[in-house]
Design a protein around this ligand. Structure first.
Ligand SMILES: Nc1nc2c(c(=O)[nH]1)N=C([C@H](O)[C@H](O)COP(=O)(O)OP(=O)(O)OP(=O)(O)O)CN2
Ligand SMILES: [Zn+2]
Length: 128
């Protein structure tokens, strides 16, 4: 039996500085990245009137609101990252938790969040 699934992906970015603790290398020094972020949400049904799972614009705006907390900040100074290392993995988890809270229960679930320091180095966080 087929199990229909529609998925949407939106992308954005933020620019921040960080210092990785307990790294034992040059990334312990202050440096910055233009982090790329991609998120995927999925659901079983589209709205019969709009044909949409959710408006891309709304999803993008929700993502931007979460990224606003990180953009142009020194990540180690943020309360969340005072103890938690601001690695790409932990940033993906942070964005996931923020988005999950904002999206609430609407028949759409957050599948995964990706954070990349560059195209060749990506971290994914998922709870499904
Ligand atoms: N699993 C992870 N590994 C690393 C992370 C991370 O978040 N998760 N982060 C870093 C540092 O942020 C570092 O700034 C990245 O540096 P690096 O990949 O070494 O980039 P470079 O440009 O210096 O090196 P290239 O060889 O040119 O890629 C490190 N690891
Ligand atoms: Zn770094």
């Amino acid at each position: 039996m087929a199990a229909p699934r529609y998925c949407l992906r939106v992308s954005s970015d933020f620019s921040s500085s960080h210092q990785l603790r307990n790294y034992g290398g040059k990334c312990e020094s202050l440096h910055g990245h233009n982090f790329q972020v991609q998120v995927q949400v999925c659901g079983k049904e589209v709205d019969p009137d709009t044909g949409m799972l959710m408006d891309f614009k709304e999803l993008k705006n929700t993502l931007l609101a979460v990224l606003e907390e990180l953009d142009h900040k020194h990540l180690n100074d943020l309360p969340h990252f005072k103890e938690t290392n601001p690695s790409s993995e932990n940033l993906a988890c942070f964005v996931y938790q923020g988005l999950k809270k904002s999206l609430g229960n609407r028949g759409v679930y957050l599948d995964w969040v990706m954070v990349a320091e560059k195209d060749s180095s990506r971290a994914y966080y998922s709870e499904s």
